[in-house]
Write a protein that binds this ligand. Structure first.
Ligand SMILES: C[S@@+](CC[C@H](N)C(=O)[O-])C[C@H]1O[C@@H](n2cnc3c(N)ncnc32)[C@H](O)[C@@H]1O
Length: 246
């Protein structure tokens, strides 16, 4: 039993040293590893390959721990229209897409053009089609005002997104949320907005959570974890109770 424990500790220490030695996150190297090592067409294999890579290389993917918490929200909300801000190499996009219903759609936004191209390729490698997702290569601030026309080009009264994942730039979370509210892009019958808090510091999300507290009549904090907060928006007449009401 001790030998197994010592071996695990040794393995973790070697992985940590390798990650430190390799320094910065490399999008090209992440893409090349996942592309060549995963089973094409299998979303779970793509995710496992990302996780394998992250064991020995620096990575920005949310990884399995945050990923499982995200999966729980997606399974509960069962969204059909999802917005992701901060696609990176496509890890969280694949996680989201594999749980959407057949008619579900993901719009994902990535600022860096090379990252957006490589991430899009990984989503295709995982077996998803362009009818299921769309990548927008721009800043979130530029992308959000264009989203209504992309959601339902023929219907001005589109319902908006049921789920929004923010994992781009925490400084941008509040301004982007305000624009999403202003553009009526959060589905009025219920929309979960997930904020990833990578640094796990409460103060990083203080401003946006104060904003939510000031709007307690139609939104609340549904789930609050160290690394992730879920905000629930709902119109007054259809409002359900939040677990951790503020
Ligand atoms: C932490 S990574 C996202 C990781 C991804 N969610 C995953 O788990 O695979 C953040 C990404 O957001 C992008 N980004 C940063 N600021 C942005 C902005 N204002 N608009 C759009 N993308 C942005 C960065 O280029 C980076 O690729």
């Amino acid at each position: 039993r001790y030998r197994v424990k010592v071996f695990k500790l040794y393995h973790q220490a070697v992985a940590w040293v390798l990650r430190m030695m390799r320094g910065r996150v490399c999008v090209k190297s992440t893409h090349a590893f996942v592309f060549s090592e995963c089973t094409h067409g299998k979303a779970d294999s793509v995710l496992e390959t990302f996780d394998l890579y992250a064991e020995t290389h620096p990575s920005l993917c949310i990884g399995p721990e945050i990923g499982e918490a995200l999966d729980e929200v997606v399974r509960r909300v069962r969204p059909s229209r999802v917005l992701e801000l901060g696609m990176h190499c496509g890890y969280s996009s694949v996680r989201l897409l594999r749980l959407l219903p057949p008619a579900g759609r993901l719009i994902t936004v990535e600022l860096d053009p090379l990252t957006a191209d490589l991430g899009e390729e990984i989503i295709l490698v995982a077996g998803f089609k362009h009818s299921q997702f769309q990548v927008l290569t721009s800043s979130s601030a530029e992308a959000i005002p264009t989203l209504r026309s992309l959601l339902e080009p023929d219907q001005r009264t589109s319902e908006g997104f049921n789920l929004v994942l923010m994992d781009h730039d925490p400084q941008q979370y509040l301004p982007d949320l305000l624009t999403l509210e202003k553009e009526a892009l959060l589905c009025s019958s219920g929309c979960s907005v997930i904020l990833i808090n990578r640094r796990r510091r409460a103060k990083d999300l203080r401003e946006i959570l104060d904003h939510i507290k000031a709007r307690a009549d139609f939104c609340c904090i549904k789930t609050e974890l160290q690394f992730m907060v879920e905000i629930l928006y709902q119109r007054e007449d259809t409002k359900v109770e939040c677990d951790d009401k503020i």
